[in-house]
Design a binder for this molecule. Sequence first.
Ligand code: MSP
Length: 661
Amino acid sequence: MSDKTFYISTPIYYPSGRLHIGSAYTTIASDVLARYKRLMGFDVFFVTGLDEHGQKIQDKAADAGLEPQAYVDGMAKDVQELWSLLNISYDRFIRTTDADHEAVVAQIFEKLLAQDDIYLGEYSGWYSVSDEEFFTETQLIEVFRDEEGTVIGGIAPSGHEVEWVSEESYFLRLSKYSQWLADYFKEHPEFISPDGRMNEMLRNFIEPGLEDLAVSRTSFTWGVPVPSNSKHVIYVWIDALANYITALGYGQDADSNFAKFWPGDIHMLGKDILRFHSIYWPIILKMLDLPLPKRLIAHGWFVMQDGKMSKSKGNVVYPEMLVERYGLDALRYYLVRSLPVGSDGTFTPEDYLGRINYELANDLGNLLNRTVAMVNKYFDGQVPAFVSGVTAFDGDLEVKAQETIQEFHKQMEAVNLPRALETVWKFIMRTNKYIDETQPWVLAKEEGDREQLASAMSHLVASLQWIAGLLQPFMMETSRSILNQLGLAEISSLEGLAFGNIPAGAQVLAKGQPIFPRLDMEEEIAYIQSQMAGGQQEEAWDPANVDLLLNKKAIKFEDFDKVEIRVAEVKDVWRVEGSDKLLAFRLDAGDGQDRQILSGIAAYYPDPQVLLGKKLQIVANLKPRKMMGLVSQGMILSAEFEDRLAVMIVDDAIPNGSILG
Ligand code: MSP
């Protein structure tokens, strides 16, 4: 066991919808740091999870026709599946509905109440359910008034509507700690990155004097109840922030991870939640007499060319699609390389594919391919022994390798991941240039140049080993594949890495395998665009088609042809437990196996058994998806009219599996 410890956390995400590449970014960036620290000999604890309480989640569950617990259980499964697809090496997946977490949150609240850091009062204000936050009238970006000019509503800075709420509430005595926090900031300039954010917090919130914060609600029930006054539930942000210590076992048992890992090293978070982490969280910890986390790293957002990602705009990019089509490492690389430190980054399909083609397939992939091919051609696949500094080119490359690793560590410590990758890429380019400088194909012609040729080969292999080591926290599969193709062992530590440490007799693969495919830009841009939820590009509009097309845009025949609609007979149908919307069907689609499809039509078929034996039309080649923990392998076609809905039943005489078109 190492005595160097490292504790890193992501924010805990709201399970209010599918997670997009923005949340994937924070989690992957944290994973990169966790893996890096492990390779540097640290004992790492990495926490991520879900923020499952609050009115927003209660409302989402109600929309889905589910109890909140059933709803968050389903979401938690999906999110964990996503993290496993992205190879996230977390040590604990904390959910705010975990019993140990809830118990400690209640305990913290009562402790602060007993010591008068929390008190009971009355709150009135403009409340936004979506933001889970109260606003003053002056904070609203728009106010609605009645005829007499009285304000009757408004819009929060986030764009969400607010409502007037007046309720008894507990308050957290932030006001008492304004000065303490201002002093803490001044004594710990490293507490918040990037630079500049700390001043923003001081100027905008702390120096004007903090107001006490309402930390309980009586308007809904989905949360941790205040033990001594159960009509109140504890405000989600107290519940959520506490995860950073409950995940370590704080308040539970004495020799938990808490003693070992707290104070945390890094909380990764987005700029929008820095206020909660830099003001409320430190003050809560101070009240609990606990040390503060060492660093808050606030990153910008991934946005689209037309602004924020949003379902209604149809411009949301989900990570699964990118992984399925282009592999995990391309996604991990793109996300951490493209978001500049401290500002927003724009996702574009062109940029995504460009990085794959130029940086991954060209710069890195070609270097590997050329090296494997040359070692095969000139040395029968056996890597010559490494000898330092045979030529001036070799000496220079060795120096560059040392400079690279130093700069790399510096950037990793600074949590400047794009710069760390850029440093590796400069070295990749330098190594590519080394091939041009040494010209192995010329050396191969003269027997007298054999030693130089051997040295060029071993230096190329050493550089790729170096590159594979530094890339390992970012792209595990790529790193493994590079080493494997060169006949080298996996790297389990970056601490003792020495340039040129290649075992005698390493045997490269007889034929190199491309680590990244070269992509057809135009085709793939179209693909990514078609996959952005509902986000078809505007196409030239032919007025002649308006009547025929009603409210849809024209598609090409090839697009229609991708959809396989089949006749399938209902063998069994039942209501899905815990959902009042979903029916589950077992169908025979003529392919000799049972097919399960879930359909949100329960409300229209109070007695679903009437569908038994009926032949329906299904979309048979939809990608399977999970709902409520059950797999759905397709979609049942139906027609909606007035306020009714009917499934598309076909004639009994048509055999199961017949294809419509
Ligand atoms: N539940 C709170 C966090 C509580 S932490 C004690 C929350 N959840 S969230 O799901 O809305 O956001 C989680 C994180 O995702 C935030 O850090 C937020 O900045 C980040 N992102 C949301 N959209 C994003 C992008 N488009 N790009 C990058 N990060 C984004 O807030």
